[in-house]
Design a protein around this ligand. Structure first.
Ligand code: GTB
Length: 208
């Protein structure tokens, strides 16, 4: 039996990073897909701590908030740095990923038609920060010499941005190499190429 269960809508959304982490760490995941019609009935929403999905179960532990899930899995699977200082830097970078994800989601869900062009124009200002930080570290990862949950989260967000703007990483060789290297890790490659993963739209409104 899969040790972990994820309940979410049929989109990549906030759960791809978590799926990529689990796949790369050789972990199984049971998925419950929720249709929007079922969600609108309201019964499940009432049982969610913040009235939102995803919901993640690890035995008796029930989690909401996708970043809490990433941290939990990072802790359990050795993807949270080798000491407190590395863990703090990983938290910092993951917060940076979340800031960019929120900007991306605002553009996708609220201002795609009017704001996409300006968003893409401003994107290098954000990508350069991640690129510079990673380039200083030399290991090919954000922090330390081992992959962390923040790397998986950044990787997922960069994949989404490559769909939005296929050339957006061209000016950032460190980030481009990072995406290429993680895409080629065998278990990640298998997940990204699986029908179950490929068939999910990135976002709930069909914009990407
Ligand atoms: N901070 C939370 C986290 O990181 O987990 C944010 C969770 C969140 O935004 N959940 C959204 C949700 O539950 C789904 S992700 N929305 C329903 C509600 O609030 O009632 C974004 C999303 C939007 C729409 C669809 N869709 O239409 O299928 C899918 C996913």
């Amino acid at each position: 039996m899969a040790p972990y269960t994820l309940t979410y809508f049929a989109v990549k959304g906030r759960c791809s990073a978590l799926k990529i982490l689990l796949a790369d760490q050789g972990q199984q995941l049971k998925e419950n897909l929720v249709t929007f019609d079922d969600w609108m009935k309201g019964d499940l929403k009432k049982c969610c701590v913040f009235g939102q999905l995803p919901k993640f179960e690890d035995g008796d532990l029930v989690l909401f908030q996708s970043n809490a899930m990433l941290r939990h899995l990072g802790r359990k699977h050795g993807a949270y740095g080798k000491n407190d200082s590395e863990a703090a830097l990983i938290d910092m970078m993951n917060d940076g990923v979340e800031d960019l994800r929120l900007k991306y989601l605002k553009m996708i869900y609220q201002e795609y038609e009017t704001g996409k062009e300006a968003y893409i124009k401003d994107l290098p200002n954000h990508l350069s920060k991640f690129g510079a930080f990673m380039a200083k570290n030399k290991s090919g990862f954000l922090v330390g010499d081992k992959i962390s949950f923040a790397d998986y989260n950044l990787f997922d967000l960069l994949l989404n941005h490559k769909v939005l703007s296929p050339t957006c990483l061209d000016a950032f060789p460190t980030l481009k190499a990072f995406v290429d290297t993680l895409s080629a890790r065998p278990k990640i490659k298998a997940l990204l190429e699986s029908d179950d993963f490929k068939k999910l739209p990135i976002n709930g409104n069909g914009k990407q």
